[in-house]
Ligand binder design. Sequence first.
Ligand SMILES: NC(=O)c1ccc[n+]([C@@H]2O[C@H](COP(=O)([O-])OP(=O)(O)OC[C@H]3O[C@@H](n4cnc5c(N)ncnc54)[C@H](OP(=O)(O)O)[C@@H]3O)[C@@H](O)[C@H]2O)c1
Length: 250
Amino acid sequence: MRYYIITGASRGIGAGIVRALLQPGNMIFALARNENPDLLKAAQAAGSELSFHRVDLSESAAIEPLLSELFGRMDLQRAEGVYLVNNAGVLSPIGPLETHSLEEDEFHLRVNLLAPMRLTAGFIGRSQKFQGRKVVANISSGAAQRAYFGWSSYCSGKAAVEMFTRVAGLEQQQADWPVVVYAIAPGIVDTEMQDKIRRTDDTQFRDKPKFIRYHEKGYLASPEDAGRALAKTLDDPEIRTGDVLDIRDY
Ligand SMILES: NC(=O)c1ccc[n+]([C@@H]2O[C@H](COP(=O)([O-])OP(=O)(O)OC[C@H]3O[C@@H](n4cnc5c(N)ncnc54)[C@H](OP(=O)(O)O)[C@@H]3O)[C@@H](O)[C@H]2O)c1
């Protein structure tokens, strides 16, 4: 059995990753605030085990008990592999830094940074003795490396995700049975997040016309294609722990 914990699995890229993993022998734990009934039906048809676990990842204290519950449902003695994909993410608050409230920035960083950090920490701790394949994929963004007007929270959160990935990777190089921890930017994908970008007030986000052009020219990947490409990287033997990658380089 291969076990997968996928966050932000209710729609968009996360749902695309889950769809790509629906096959017998895979047990998938899908985390989000909402369920996706279509995915549950598709899992049944594919003979794959999929369960939704409702969680608001801004509630940091909920993460440890949830991880304990999920690892309690795994039989690591007989497992081939265990995987975590930190995909859940938000874009707001959008607008110049001084317009953000403390609560907005706190919410953002709890979801986009603290949740992936704590999930990765809990995953590494709980799988230390497991000698099969262990992978943590952190979904990053081009915004981790490029400053965008109005996206101070988003750019900083993603940049920090890439840095904690590099540090965790460095640490895992010393482990007896290392976890492959890597970050990967998914390209531009046709999801609710992109829709939100195109509806943002231009004065809050100056690059909006560029994103409208990408959409008009058909540059956006579908969540299904992006999910397939990202799912493929989970077993890529070329990826080393600590790597920071972009799916467009594949
Ligand atoms: N789309 C792109 O072009 C693009 C480009 C670069 C990077 N990314 C990154 O790719 C990832 C997925 O983005 P997407 O475009 O698929 O976004 P999306 O369509 O908005 O989906 C976001 C997912 O995250 C979940 N989520 C949001 N807040 C949550 C919370 N508080 N607790 C638990 N789950 C939460 C949502 O589920 P619920 O609402 O059900 O909780 C949903 O499943 C994000 O990390 C994003 O930054 C996307």
